[in-house]
Design a protein around this ligand. Structure first.
Ligand code: FES
Length: 100
């Protein structure tokens, strides 16, 4: 099996009750993995998208992390996903969208 160059984990944590866990889903993360996956295929980026549970940065969600680089991004939306993928195509991160 060929391993992808990048593996992107997108928080899809959802809870009916309980703050702050589940914040990503409530803040619009539900559509992000599919959008991300479609863009990656369209652009031919060697990356795999996997949804995951809470990344423990709920107050900055929707959140994702790009491995192996360890680039953590928060407050995601469709627009900044495009910016992140533009940079990823060049092997770069987007510092202004990263969590510090
Ligand atoms: S719910 Fe997404 S980081 Fe916690």
């Amino acid at each position: 099996m060929d391993q992808p160059k990048h593996h992107i984990f997108v928080c899809e944590s959802f809870r009916m009750n309980g703050e702050p866990q589940g914040a990503c889903n409530r803040q619009g993360a539900a559509q992000l993995p599919q959008s991300l996956d479609e863009e990656i295929v369209d652009r031919g980026i060697d990356a795999q998208v996997t949804t995951c549970g809470c990344l423990k940065v709920c107050d900055r969600g929707p959140a994702m992390v790009v491995y192996p680089e360890g680039w953590w991004y928060g407050n995601l939306d469709e627009d900044n996903l495009d910016t992140i993928l533009d940079a990823l195509e060049e092997g770069k991160c987007v510092p202004e969208l990263m969590m510090s």
